[in-house]
Design a protein around this ligand. Sequence first.
Ligand code: F0G
Length: 449
Amino acid sequence: MNFEPYKIKVVEPIPITKREDRLKYIKEAHYNVFFLPSSVVTIDLLTDSGTSALSKYQLSAMILGDESYAGAESYYKFEEAVRKYTTKLQVIPVHQGRAGERIITISLLKKGDIVISNTLFDTTRANFEFGGAIIYDIPEEHDIESEYPFKGNIDLNKLEDLLKKHRDRVRFVVLTITNNSGGGQAVSIENVRETKFLCSKYGVKLLIDACRVSENSYLLKLRDKNYSNKSILEIVNETLSYADIITFSAKKDGLNHIGGFIALDDRELAEEFRSYLVLFEGFPTYGGMAGRDLEIISVGLFEGIDENYLSHRINQVKFLVESLCKINIPVMRPFGGHAIYVEAKRFLEHIDESEFPGQSLVVALYIEGGIRAVEVGKFMFKDARYNFVRLAIPRRVYTKSHLEYVVDIFNLIKEKRHKIKGMKIVKESRFLRHFRSYLEPVENWTNEL
Ligand code: F0G
């Protein structure tokens, strides 16, 4: 069975645009797809974050939202749901993942501290750097096309070397699960366990950025024979039991449009976090969320571990990876949980890395098919190892024919890829430059495509 495990109850029309208009829209957006209004985007694969479709159970739970400032009933439901999901007792609601990252930054980091990770997500890195930390991203190194099942892992040898060398300055280690900026790849349970072991040995906390841990657990179930008979909740629980602190953006596996939490067992540290929570987010029984969002997430966390749902979702990613491989588009393998990653430098070999081949492909996808993807390469991170273009799949939103359309557009672009040239930045923004910078195509290639 590989059909959508849901019926469609409410529909949203998809904008269909003309090529000549798309040329105009992308120019008006300064060749940065973050400036495109969604009303001119046909298939929006910019992110899987906050873009899920809600279920009828979530919508009905929403009506139960208790909007009391203090002690809302919805909070206690949320707390119970998060405890069941994470195994942690202290639950701190925040309005989205990065709000939790900010609270952790302010509470725990000072200038010169070191944070080590399998790969931090862009906002996480930016927050920690803003707090003065020095970041070491040390993923295991694998060829992007190898089928190694756990490419999201942290390199344990490098981790131990760094812990030995900088023991006093390492503030915490972060495992991002799945490893979003590292190709959306799975992290193995041994890797989590060993990381925890090393953290304990050197007296350092382990933080898990867990926003896609349900998807990771499904991949573990598929790929680790010791886990093939376990339930997704058991795998989620075991993974998270190794964390001292969990940050979670509920815009992903929480199946809501907003929200998140920090969860931990350390009561004293939780109180410290709560004092900042009141300052930046809100009272501890709602954090940055409305009561209705607390309700929606309490349901969403468990819909997100349903195996029929996960199997269909991950098969969508697998379908795109396999279809693009068949037409020789270089993609990160094996399939991950939420997105596919095209290596744009290998696809557009003639474009120098300094001219952002990833961003060129993003622009070409929009012009050719109204598809919105995102560059995760040298434009996003100056020291990125690859020039990925990420196509993230929103949860429960698109059907197989939408994905087939994406493959068709790649086929068309492939035929004329030599016409695609580089991009240059003409106005650079201060933080997280990929969100707000302006670009231009080198030699006006967009008009010739
Ligand atoms: N951690 C990871 C691994 C993420 O992917 C994100 C967001 C965050 C933290 C921050 O959470 O958006 O709720 O503040 N990722 C989105 C993406 C934006 O497109 O991958 P947030």
